[in-house]
Every structure is written in structure tokens, then in C-alpha cells.
Ligand binder design. Structure first.
Ligand code: KG4
Ligand code: ZN
Length: 359
């Protein structure tokens, strides 16, 4: 690989089409030149969740115009792209195939190599795009729509899972509770917005596995508790859960958020204690949650722990994190880009399967 090169990143694993261009110069942190995102939220809203077939079709419509937009904004042309990276998995198979197909077609037509990236590694390394990038090693709290994991990260490709959810992810707990409360999709941002005006101590909801002697999580019971509480309140008011008053819904939302956040914060602290590390990195969509950020920042400051987040707009899915993860993999020499354009995607793909050799 030349000393200086550009990596184009394409994300299409779920309901966001993201494209970005980063420049690698020697051993310095790769720099984001431009990125563009198209969110399908409005399209899926009518169905109350992501419809995979519609998602794939929409990625097809968006990916090339977004690529042109990114190149224009970066003042580059397709010929300036040295490597094309795409999300290989995990995610929706059809949606992943769109990014993989376009990346391989671009690579083959330009005579440039392609690199399939792990979506969660993208999230994990996204704080390196922030104004306050972390340094290795650190504990990572990865909280997305489908995953909740605590990890020890010693370098690119050196990931040791310390604990993870045994059922629902934190993002799912937000989304499913929000749905029960009639807040629609995507539930996390809606629930956290409503929670801002609610009382987090209004309802006593369970903190699953809070005192377990490991670093695992369990959030499935929480949504059941929210449902039971909502039904009880609705029966008392002789209405449906969705028709509860705004004040009651806000209190329920705030109590739900408080339960999720407390577990995430306490387990993160336990992971820091167990590893002896003094640095925490938060990544994934739930990392955008204001209450989580405020509480983590407060307890970490008290303990002299540095905490790093992705920029708010790069917490949820985007192309920048895919370009960045590819660039950092190439830079660290643990992976070379491939000139065989076989677009195999991995809808199910554990993060520790991409461990660097010898890690
Ligand atoms: O990382 P992400 O964009 O997608 C996956 O890789 O899964 O995460 C999406 C998840 C959804 O569950 C969404 O509800 C949640 O992140 N989320 C939030 C917030 N913004 C997004 N959850 C709580 N508070 C937020 N502000
Ligand atoms: Zn994601």
C-alpha cells in the first residue's frame, strides 16, 4: 500500500445508506474528507420497524448518488479512490449485498482492491473520528440496536469480549419499550426525548443482572416489566397503554431509560475495575443517549477515568466509521485489501471472529 491513499467506505447493513471518504497519510490517524448519509426512517415508519426488502431496494437507489456527493464534497474523483470498503456484516443479508455488490463493481471497474468491514468494528473505532480520539488500550461499551458488549480493546483487531447481553440489546430495550408506549420507530431517540420531561424515579423497574458477578447484561425482562406497568396504569385509567396521559408516559419513559442507563454505567465501571484500565470508549447508536453520556461522564470524572464518545452524528450507522475501520486495519498491517471481487456477506458475524493474528 502506498504511504498516502484514499478509502471509500459504504455502509448498507440496515436502514441507513452511508458513504464516506477518508485519507490515510503515513501512520497518522486517517482523516475524514467527506461523508453523506441517507436515513430510511421515514419510509419504515409506516410499518413500525425496518422492512428488509424495502431497505435493500432503497440502498440501491441511494448509494451511487451519495458516492457522487461525497466525491464532490471532498473535491476528488472516482480515480482518486485507492480502496473501496463496505460493510460485510452483520446485518440484513439483502441490504448488505447492495453495499457489497456496489463496492465490488466499483473496485473491479477501477482496478482497485476492496475490503469487507465488520459493522461493529466500525462502531468501535468511530470515536477515532472525533475531536478527542482515544488511545489504546481501553474498555469499550458497544451499545447498538442489536448488540450490547463490553470489550477490552488493546489495538486494531485485538478485541476481548468481557461480557455481553444474553438476550435483548440495550437498543432493543429502548425500541421495544418505546413501541409498547406507542412512541413508534425508531424508539430510542423518541423514548429518550420523552424521558427528558419525566421523573426517572416514578416507577420501580428491574435492573437486570446488576449485581451478577459477571459483565453480562439481560434486558428482555425490562420490556415485560414496562408492559406490565403500562397495562396496570391503563387499566386504572380505563384506556390503552398508548392513550395514557403524556405525563404518565414521560414518567414511564424516564424510568425505563434510568433502568437501562444504570445497568450500562455500573457494568462499565465493573469492567474498568476488572481490567484495571483507565479509559472508556462508548460506541453504537445508544451512545447518542444524553442521559447515558451525562452519567458516564460524571462517574468517570469522579474516578479519574477518561471517557470518549463518537461525534453525536456518527453514533448511529454511517459510512465514515466503515471507511475509518478499513483504513485503520490497512494501516495496522493486519489486513490487506482484496482484488478478488467475491462479494460474500456475513449477516451473522461475531466480532471476535476478526481477531488480528496473534492477538
Ligand atoms: O448502532 P445503530 O445505529 O445500529 C445498529 O448497529 O444496531 O443503533 C441503533 C440503536 C437503535 O436501537 C436506536 O433506538 C438506538 O440505537 N438509539 C438510541 C438513541 N439514538 C439511537 N437509544 C437511546 N437514546 C438515543 N438517543
Ligand atoms: Zn450499527
Amino acid at each position: 500500500m502506498a504511504k498516502d491513499y484514499c478509502v471509500l467506505g459504504i455502509e448498507s447493513s440496515c436502514d441507513e445508506t452511508g458513504v464516506a471518504l477518508v485519507r490515510v497519510s503515513g501512520a497518522g490517524l486517517p482523516v475524514l474528507l467527506a461523508h453523506a448519509l441517507y436515513s430510511q426512517i421515514e419510509m419504515h415508519q409506516a410499518y413500525g420497524g425496518v422492512v428488509p426488502e424495502l431497505a435493500s431496494r432503497d440502498h440501491i437507489r441511494r448509494v451511487l448518488p451519495l458516492t457522487q456527493e461525497v466525491l464532490r464534497e471532498a473535491g476528488q474523483t472516482l480515480q482518486d479512490v485507492d480502496v473501496v470498503a463496505f460493510t460485510r456484516g452483520p446485518g440484513l443479508a439483502g441490504a448488505l449485498l447492495v453495499g457489497a455488490g456496489v463496492a465490488c463493481a466499483l473496485g473491479a471497474s477501477l482496478g482497485k482492491p476492496v475490503l469487507g468491514v465488520h459493522h461493529l468494528e466500525g462502531h468501535l473505532l468511530s470515536p477515532f473520528l472525533s475531536a478527542d480520539p482515544p488511545e489504546f488500550p481501553f474498555v469499550a461499551l458497544l451499545v447498538s440496536g442489536g448488540h450490547t458488549q463490553l470489550m477490552r480493546v488493546d489495538g486494531v483487531g485485538c478485541y476481548q469480549i468481557l461480557g455481553e447481553t444474553i438476550d435483548d440489546a440495550a437498543g432493543e430495550a429502548f425500541d421495544k419499550s418505546a413501541k409498547l408506549l406507542g412512541l413508534g420507530y425508531p424508539g430510542g431517540p423518541a423514548l429518550s426525548k420523552l424521558a427528558e420531561i419525566g421523573n426517572p424515579a416514578a416507577f420501580k423497574l428491574p435492573r437486570p443482572l446488576l449485581h451478577s458477578d459477571n459483565l453480562d447484561f439481560s434486558f428482555a425482562g425490562l420490556k415485560t416489566a414496562v408492559m406490565v406497568q403500562a397495562k396496570k396504569l391503563a387499566a386504572a385509567q380505563n384506556c390503552t397503554a398508548e392513550a395514557l396521559t403524556h405525563v404518565v408516559l414521560a414518567d414511564l419513559a424516564a424510568s425505563t431509560q434510568a433502568a437501562i442507563v444504570e445497568v450500562l454505567v455500573k457494568k462499565s465501571l465493573a469492567a474498568l475495575l476488572a481490567t484495571g484500565l483507565q479509559r472508556l470508549v462508548v460506541a453504537g447508536g445508544v451512545g447518542a443517549n444524553r442521559s447515558l453520556r451525562a452519567q458516564l461522564s460524571r462517574v468517570c470524572t469522579q474516578r479519574g477515568v477518561r471517557v470518549h464518545y463518537p461525534e453525536l452524528h456518527l453514533c448511529t450507522d454511517n459510512g465514515a466509521m466503515i471507511a475509518m475501520a478499513a483504513a485503520m486495519r490497512l494501516q495496522s498491517g493486519i489486513q490487506v485489501a482484496d482484488e478478488v471481487y467475491a462479494f460474500d456477506v456475513k449477516p451473522r458475524w461475531p466480532l471476535d471472529a476478526i481477531q488480528a493474528p496473534g492477538a
